[in-house]
Write a protein that binds this ligand. Sequence first.
Ligand SMILES: *[C@@H]1O[C@H](CO)[C@@H](O)[C@H](O)[C@H]1NC(C)=O
Ligand SMILES: *[C@@H]1O[C@H](CO)[C@@H](O)[C@H](O)[C@H]1NC(C)=O
Ligand SMILES: *[C@@H]1O[C@H](CO)[C@@H](O)[C@H](O)[C@H]1NC(C)=O
Ligand SMILES: [Zn+2]
Length: 302
Amino acid sequence: MFSFSFLCLLAICGCTFAYIEIPQDYLDAIIQDKADESSAGEYNYDEQGDDWTGTCQTGTNQSPIDLIFEDSKVVAIPRLRFYNYDQALQTPLVITNNGHTANMVIPLTRAGQRPSINGSLLPGDFEVQSVHFHWGSPHTKGSEHAINYQRYDVEMHIVHKNRIYDTMGEATLHPDGLAVLGVMFRAVDRVTSQHYGLNKIFNQLPRIVEYNSNATITGTLTVGQLLGNIVTGEFFTYNGSLTTPDCAEAVTWTVFPDVLDYPRRQIAKLWNLRDSRRMPLVDNYRSIQDTNGRDVYYRVLQ
Ligand SMILES: *[C@@H]1O[C@H](CO)[C@@H](O)[C@H](O)[C@H]1NC(C)=O
Ligand SMILES: *[C@@H]1O[C@H](CO)[C@@H](O)[C@H](O)[C@H]1NC(C)=O
Ligand SMILES: *[C@@H]1O[C@H](CO)[C@@H](O)[C@H](O)[C@H]1NC(C)=O
Ligand SMILES: [Zn+2]
């Protein structure tokens, strides 16, 4: 009886008073993510990263690259396996404008699990950490990778950390530290399917226009919903790097050639964000890097 009336009270209060308690462990993860982000120092996309230094300049396994079907090794690769991708995450989720992207640290599922992936050519089990986006402008395409020389409007990155490393900082020191899934979005005027999960994120973007602002997402969201209806059985995979400083060569990349059609009016919300200089945060993608003879593998749908 008590909990019932308490819930009623919450429901009534929810209309006018939107304070939501954020669990301490999730708050700590957000603070850590922010610290990791600022440890890279100041950087911007004025030259699409061509002015970044250190490994960004000297590395030979850098990302993004042009993914070309004809140049890739089409071999039998185990399918990518997703765990707890269909499980509702704890809420609220927090989405932040960190000056370089709209970033969301992913909490545990309601059952206390961390969604993860393995299979493919992944060297281990990789746990979801965060999701963010790269985009262009009303006149430019903003994906980082190109597929058969073509770039797309938006590229979403779902970042995972190898379970054997305790922190993101430690993971970036090892070639098997991270696994990132890249999903291309195409801005369309008419959609054939609704993407309710992505809409929950994009609907909050007008609240995080300014640098360092954040917004919360409530309700039911799974990591799998972020993939929309794309085919995950077919993908490119290769060894590369973070596409932001310090460009650590710690990433097994998986990029899906199937493109997610998403409303232009939703994508336009990304173009309205601002950076720490209060300038439009647009074209936050790094230029295409040299493959340097690296193997790029392609898995065909079986
Ligand atoms: C993949 O991850 C799942 C869930 O963590 C685990 O149960 C399974 O043993 C892993 N599979 C392999 C081949 O490592
Ligand atoms: C969100 O922004 C508010 C206002 O600046 C700040 O007090 C709060 O700490 C931020 N929350 C998170 C989780 O970063
Ligand atoms: C990444 O590099 C490791 C070590 O050289 C290699 O075993 C693995 O097959 C590579 N993975 C991909 C996807 O190229
Ligand atoms: Zn990224």
